[in-house]
Write a protein of this length. Structure first.
Ligand SMILES: Nc1ncnc2c1ncn2[C@@H]1O[C@H](COP(=O)(O)OP(=O)(O)OP(=O)(O)O)[C@@H](O)[C@H]1O
Ligand SMILES: [Mg+2]
Length: 576
């Protein structure tokens, strides 16, 4: 067996064992509810051999009574099984969704970059199949196996010869079943892939509807969607065909085996080696066995389909974020905001480093600026400071502690960021500014709005701070959106505030005003401003000039002008 298959089986067993109590409870109930099903044929034998052929009324009445008792109990067990299944089902679905969503949120940013939003949404919506696997398939397969063993045992006791013949013939059934499941597996994988792709297409289309309309891409997108849909349907038709082949062959085989055994049994009766009652009982048991084998074939088919979904689920459940808390990591409070990069090597892809041994020091409580050409790694700097990624080598130190020794949550409580892309939530302006914070007063919100110079604009809106922004904030200008996002960052009064082109869409006069307000509010705190516009950070305490080759020069604006040729050129280009 291939190592990959072994891992898959181990994963599946490990997962099923997590829910063993629920599965066993459902198995017992399902098994008990089929007592009548199992005992029925034996009662037939007793009726024929003892009551009918012996013409015994007393036996007839007592058998009828016990038959009724078994029937009532098995009906009661069916009812109890349904009630318990419902209860377990609700809990299990909740537990599964909770586990999955927690796992999703614990993943690092690289995980989300490696999979599309649509695919992840599809994974979440696919938990229904997993629940079905645990609640229906596992208990039923167990119960079917036990029933098959019991029926074979009873038949063996009633008539060993007929049963042995059955045992010899039944591998035919298993061979066809496994052959077809092998054919079906890759088909189900394709169906999953295309279903996830359809989610991705729809998600992308709706979230980027503006640009699709603006570029007149509706037909293009519609065709792409339909194309994938047709491919998906083609694979489904293939799976349907194999499903049909599977059910026809299993039905044919089970009937053929049944036929051979019937004839053999008839021959035994004629020879006087089998009673009519035993023959009837064995034949009814064999019919049941045929039904069970057919249903096992059907379950096996479902099992293959569900195992594809389960593997996709395991990809998330077993994914371990590379950026995670070390056991020795500690919470920190009120860090100074001092940052040191010590021989930092980092890149997003192997063999393509953005930084090759970067060293610099941002003093605590400073107002610093980072400038540099596009793509030189400015945003990467703040990705590393926020520990969205870990450096390949070297250390990033915040307040004298390596970031890896600080609990991620605590680190991010000390830092706030505002980026060029203002991420706003589908809520009011007020909620957007105070998002996720408890106990924020209206005065604090208004103060943040004053610092970012949106207070005047907001006061003119009919609902003021309660005005709704909308999911993509389409009702606001880009510059306004950036300032709402900035207000959200500064309301948190972080020890370290990082602005990454956070005011790039704001006119320079307003930007200057905002920065003056901010300087006042952030006296005694550390602020790092990443900007294309050199002008806006010219008077920073220190400027970090990042060059395209990942090298850095530092100094005040004046110092850099006199010492760095590249900086002079960069400055000259901007003032032209
Ligand atoms: N998620 C990512 N995966 C792979 N490469 C990336 C990723 N993010 C950035 N890069 C690459 O890393 C380099 C530095 O990117 P970064 O975004 O830090 O530049 P920047 O200085 O912020 O640019 P800009 O001024 O345009 O915002 C670029 O070459 C970019 O293509
Ligand atoms: Mg950037």
């Amino acid at each position: 067996m291939k190592a990959e298959t072994k891992t898959k089986i181990r994963n599946l067993l490990g997962f099923v064992l997590l829910y063993k109590r629920q599965i066993l409870a459902l198995f017992f109930l399902s098994f008990l509810s089929s007592l009548f099903f199992l005992a029925g044929p034996y009662f037939s034998k007793l009726f024929i051999d003892k009551a009918f052929l012996g013409k015994d009324l007393g036996k007839f009445l007592s058998l009828s009574f016990w038959g009724a008792v078994v029937f009532v109990f098995s009906t009661l067990f069916t009812l109890a099984g349904d009630i318990v299944k419902n209860r377990i089902s609700v809990k299990l679905r909740l537990n599964l969704s909770h586990k999955l969503i927690r796992k999703f949120f614990s993943q690092d940013i690289a995980f989300f970059h490696s999979k599309s939003i649509g695919e992840n949404l599809f994974r979440l919506s696919d938990t229904e199949i997993t629940a079905n696997f645990l609640l229906e398939q596992c208990p039923q397969i167990l119960s079917d196996i036990v029933k098959i063993i019991l029926i074979l045992g009873i038949c063996l006791w009633l008539n060993p010869r007929m049963t042995v013949l059955l045992v010899i013939l039944s591998p035919l059934f298993l061979i066809q079943s496994f052959y077809i499941q092998n054919k079906l597996r890759p088909i189900y994988e394709e169906i999953w892939r295309f279903s996830a792709y359809l989610y991705k297409e729809l998600n992308e289309a709706f979230s980027k509807i503006l640009i699709i309309k603006a570029l007149g891409l509706e037909d293009f997108k519609r065709r792409r969607y339909l194309n994938s849909l047709v491919k998906n349907i083609r694979w489904r038709i293939k799976s349907f065909r194999w499903g049909l082949v599977s059910s026809i062959t299993s039905s044919f085989l089970s009937k053929a085996i049944f036929g051979v055994i019937t004839l053999y049994g008839g021959w035994l009766i004629i020879k006087g080696e089998l009673s009519l009652g035993s023959y009837t009982a064995v034949m009814i048991y064999l019919t049941q066995l045929g039904g069970l084998l057919e249903s096992m074939g059907f379950r096996l088919r479902n099992f293959v389909q569900e195992s594809v979904s389960l593997e996709k689920l395991f990809e998330v459940l077993h994914a371990r974020p590379t950026v995670r808390d070390l056991p020795e990591a500690k919470s920190v409070k009120n860090v100074s905001g001092e940052i040191i990069f010590q021989d930092v090597w980092f890149g997003y892809q192997e063999n393509s480093p953005v930084f090759k041994g970067l060293n610099f020091h941002i003093p605590a409580f400073s107002w610093s600026g980072v400038v540099g050409p596009s793509g030189c790694g400015k945003t990467t700097l703040f990705n590393l400071i926020l520990r969205l990624y870990d450096p390949w080598k070297g250390e990033v130190i915040l307040g004298q502690r390596d970031l890896k020794l600080i609990k991620i949550r605590s680190l991010r409580e000390n830092i706030a960021i505002a980026t060029q892309q203002p991420f706003l939530f589908d809520a009011s302006i007020k909620e957007n500014i105070s998002y996720g914070l408890k106990g924020v007063t209206q005065a604090e919100i208004e103060d943040a709005a004053r610092i970012t110079c949106i207070d005047n604009f907001v006061s003119q809106l009919p609902d003021k701070f309660d005005s709704l922004i909308g999911e993509d904030a389409f009702r606001l200008s880009q510059g306004f959106k950036q300032r709402v996002a900035l207000a959200r960052a500064i309301l948190r009064k972080p020890r370290l505030l990082i602005l990454d082109e956070a005011t790039s869409s704001v006119d320079s006069q307003t930007e200057e005003k905002i920065f003056n307000n901010l300087k006042e509010q952030r006296a005694g705190l550390t602020t790092l401003i990443i900007s294309h516009r050199l002008f806006s950070i010219k008077d920073a305490d220190k400027i970090y000039f990042l060059k395209r080759d990942g090298q850095m020069e530092t100094g005040t604006h004046r110092e850099l002008l006199s010492t760095s040729h590249d900086y002079r050129e960069f400055f000259a280009n901007q003032t032209e």
